[in-house]
Design a protein around this ligand. Structure first.
Ligand code: LLP
Length: 415
């Protein structure tokens, strides 16, 4: 619950709209985003960075819906992408290519060509092999590729192991101890231009200290490079700031940025950040309807029409999403396992939730704006959910509910 999603009497509202009305009109499951919440989170970054040379590169993977990208582009955002597909989304909404940084350990030649042709700001290079390929591809196009190395600072992000990326044993980035040699090598390559250094140590971090530790290690390298005559134009400190799902207490955006700025201690290089979750996570919910209540000997099940294919985080990370009724009932609550229709025991959305519900009620899975729709799948031939955006008392469909025919069109033509 926050200022954009809250109860008015017994009804859950997003901005000035009752979620019940949205469920009736668009059906379920449906992702619902608050335009004001998205804008507010972005503005908190922009305000905290005011007066400093900076670029906020929204991590597209958190939620790549075109309307969300267009909203952020309009607010001045750049973008952090990890595929050619994400670049095409950014370009499709008129996002500026020269504000795009390209991360990822497996950039293909075709993706490099696309990004070079578009004229992106920087390739965040994650291995020596990638460096060699990029130099070749750029040369073959008569271009010079702007690069930074993603350095792995070997810092423990203290988060779920699946989303920690900054430890030595991680596949991400170049080893801290190899970074200097790689910069020296890159500086001699004809089709590359060194512009920065970057690091990203993980996601859903709830403390500032790992960010500070990583920044300090990055700065040591920057100083050593400067002595070698390699001067950097920007420092990209990645994303990763966590949000509250249940009872976490992450630093606010302003506290986090102030901590980074303190660690940067007056450096003049442009500061790039790559926030994903913190811009969209608490700006969205997943609306779902209760299909059946199924009492059991040991547990009661609430079987809802959203499943692990719509919101994978509980099944994959054992992640917690608060589950709220969109109309509160006065009747006593019971404990429910909230589960979807998918044929897997891992298909759950919440364990032991205290709810007062009946068949046909609607529920909201809270904090679902980040890595919800973007990680959804068609498992069990389930069409993906619709997405809508609310702006005060108006709601707009921003992605149609998928149709089953869409799912097998590519197979049918071979029958
Ligand atoms: N930059 C890079 C290079 C990244 O790999 C990521 C996220 C971000 C920025 C944005 O991080 P954020 O600010 O959103 O924490 N599916 C997982 C999260 C995976 C994050 C992957 N990388 C989840 O649902 O928790």
């Amino acid at each position: 619950m926050n200022e954009y999603f809250n109860y008015q009497q017994d009804k859950l509202f997003v901005e000035n709209m009752a979620l019940a009305d949205i469920a009736e009109r668009f059906g379920t499951p449906t992702y619902v985003y608050s335009r004001a919440a998205l804008t507010d989170a972005y503005q908190q970054y922009a305000n905290a960075l005011k007066g400093r040379d900076h670029l906020i590169c929204y991590a597209v993977k958190a939620n790549p819906n075109l309307s969300i990208l267009r909203l952020f582009a309009g607010l001045g955002a750049g973008f952090d992408i990890v595929s050619g597909g994400e670049l095409q989304r950014v370009l499709a909404v008129g996002g500026a290519a020269n504000k795009v940084v390209f991360s990822g350990v497996g950039k293909s030649e075709a993706e490099m060509r696309l990004a070079l042709a578009a004229g992106i700001l920087c390739f965040n290079v994650e291995s020596e092999a990638e460096l060699l390929r990029l130099n070749e591809v750029a040369g073959s196009m008569g271009k010079v590729a702007p690069i930074s190395f993603r350095v792995n600072p070997n810092v423990d992000a203290k988060t779920h192991p699946y989303i920690a990326t900054g430890l030595k044993q991680s596949k991400f980035g170049v080893a801290y101890t190899d970074a200097l040699a790689l910069y020296r090598k890159a500086s001699k390559m004809p089709n590359l231009h060194i512009t920065g250094m970057d690091c990203h140590i993980g996601s859903q971090l709830t403390e500032s200290s790992p960010f500070i530790a990583a920044t300090e290690k990055v700065l040591q390298l920057v100083d050593t490079l400067a002595k070698d005559g390699i001067k950097l134009e920007h420092l990209d400190l990645g994303g990763g700031l966590g949000i509250r799902y249940k009872d976490e207490n992450p630093p606010s955006i302003a506290e986090y940025i102030n901590a980074l700025l303190t660690a940067l201690n007056g450096r003049v290089e442009k500061l790039i950040v790559e926030p994903g979750r913190v811009l969209v996570g608490n700006a969205g919910v997943l609306l779902t309807g209760v299909e059946y209540l199924k009492p059991g000997e040991e547990k009661h099940f609430a079987i809802v029409d959203a499943a692990m294919n719509d919101l994978m985080r509980p099944a994959l990370y054992d992640a917690y999403h608060s589950i709220q009724p969109i109309r509160r009932r006065a009747t006593p609550a019971s404990l429910y396992e909230v589960v979807g229709p998918v044929c897997e025991s891992g298909d759950f959305l919440g364990h032991a939730r205290e709810l007062s519900i009946e068949q046909g009620d609607f529920l909201a899975l809270m904090s679902a704006g980040a890595y919800g729709m973007s990680m959804s799948s068609n498992y069990n031939t389930r069409p993906r959910a619709a997405e809508v955006m609310v702006d005060k008392d108006k709601v707009a469909l921003i992605r149609e509910r998928e149709k089953v025919e869409d799912l097998f069109a590519g197979e049918k033509k071979y029958l």
